[in-house]
Design a binder for this molecule. Structure first.
Ligand SMILES: [Fe+2]
Length: 396
């Protein structure tokens, strides 16, 4: 097996995979769906001192707690770290790294939503680096790959963070993107029971986040045959399990968790596009959950794109893009892109999600908020006029 730089990949003593030349590339992620797998993971990696990075949701996970207790009875030391908030700060990560070192931890388990995953990913990355992390030190260094065993247990079906090489933390109020192949957890445990206590609004919003990941990845200029296959699979999985998931059935929860994870694999390849670039300010201005804000944008972007393929900037060309937009519709069980765009609107309205009303000043703020770097992944050029027009439709 070769890494992205065509170097040979070797299997490490702990079951992870690293490029022999030490470039920041890891391949392979194992997905397990039962807790015997957790016990096996601890044994296989010869874990003695495990750092457990967890949010509050861990309290509701009975099976997880039981298996962890069994591990403790067998002499494994579990060191919990939950000293972080949503939108986690760099300083919280540094505290986690200090705890990891002080307790001579040899492995990491992350349990929670996006914030717990982001914190755990950064602790894993920084634990193998030099220094104390003071004054943002780790942020200035290149990430050195390490093979610390890392298992992720997501407790929402939405972010897909457990499948990606990206983490977001905040330093002095500024958003910092931390990226590296070695941030990807080597093993993921999908436990649908973790979704049982999710409130309905969070359930809807996280599902829409996953759907937007799959759709945006599909049309991204960075898409590959592999990522499109992940997107297709995720869209089909989300639609197939939507009703059961909204009714909180075991099968619905399991299907949605797998679909959201697959959508995460798609954005790990491509990153997100204009829908996500435009949605962050909607969340901060109107308090909508992230996935709610993302579907507000994508349900308008999709039909707009169908009408504007002449402004295509994907090097594969306009016809390729038109075929891709049809492909999204087909993944949703429709004949073409136009029907697919209608279906996306239909899904949005069926969930009863609100459309906030924006004032003139807020429209200006929204238009100024869009990150141009993220727009580069979008296959159609979006100038200031188009962004302004789109925001008026999104919040109209
Ligand atoms: Fe998202």
């Amino acid at each position: 097996m070769k890494c992205g730089n065509r170097n040979q990949i070797r299997r490490t003593g702990t079951g992870g995979m690293l490029c022999q030349k030490g470039c920041d590339t890891v391949a392979g992620q194992k997905v397990i769906t039962d807790y015997m797998g957790l016990t096996g993971w601890i044994r296989r990696n010869a874990c003695r001192n495990v750092l457990l990075v967890c949010g509050g949701s861990v309290r509701h996970m009975e099976a997880f707690g039981r298996h962890l207790k069994t591990a403790e009875e067998a002499g494994i030391k579990i060191i919990s770290f939950g000293d972080f908030q949503s939108n986690p700060r760099y300083e919280s990560v540094v505290k986690g790294v200090e705890l990891f070192r002080r307790e001579s931890c040899d492995s990491i388990i992350a349990v929670g939503g996006g914030s717990a995953m982001d914190v755990a990913k950064c602790i894993k990355a920084y634990a193998g680096m030099d220094g104390s992390g003071e004054n943002g030190d780790y942020l200035k260094q290149r990430i050195v790959p390490n093979d610390i065993p890392f298992l992720a247990v997501p407790t929402t079906a939405g972010t897909g963070s457990e499948a990606t090489r990206y983490a977001v933390i905040y330093y002095k109020g500024q958003k910092q993107s931390v990226t590296g192949e070695s941030l990807i957890p080597g093993t993921v445990l999908l436990d649908p029971d973790a979704l049982k206590t999710l409130p309905l609004y969070q359930r809807k919003a996280t599902m829409m986040d996953a759907l937007c990941h799959a759709v945006e990845s599909f049309w991204s200029v960075n898409s590959t045959e592999e990522s499109k296959e992940y997107s297709r699979e995720a869209i089909q999985g989300i639609l197939a399990h939507m009703d059961g998931y909204l009714q909180n059935t075991g099968e619905g929860n399991a299907g949605m968790m797998m679909a959201a994870h697959t959508a995460g694999k798609a954005i790990n390849v491509t990153q997100t596009t204009a829908g996500h670039a435009m949605c962050y300010k909607i969340t901060s201005l109107f308090g909508c959950a992230h996935g709610h804000a993302a579907i507000l944008c994508d349900r308008i972007l999709y039909p707009w794109m169908v009408e504007n393929t002449d402004k295509c900037i994907d090097p594969r060309g306009r016809e390729y893009l038109a075929g891709t937009l049809d492909g999204i519709g087909q993944a949703m069980g429709c004949r073409n892109a136009r029907e697919g765009a209608g279906k996306l609107q239909e899904i949005f309205w069926s969930l009863g999600l609100k459309v906030p009303e924006a004032s003139g000043e807020q429209f200006r703020e929204l238009a100024e908020s869009v990150n141009p770097v993220r727009l580069r992944n979008h296959p159609i050029v979006l100038d200031d006029a188009a962004i302004s027009e789109l925001y008026h439709e999104i919040l109209g």
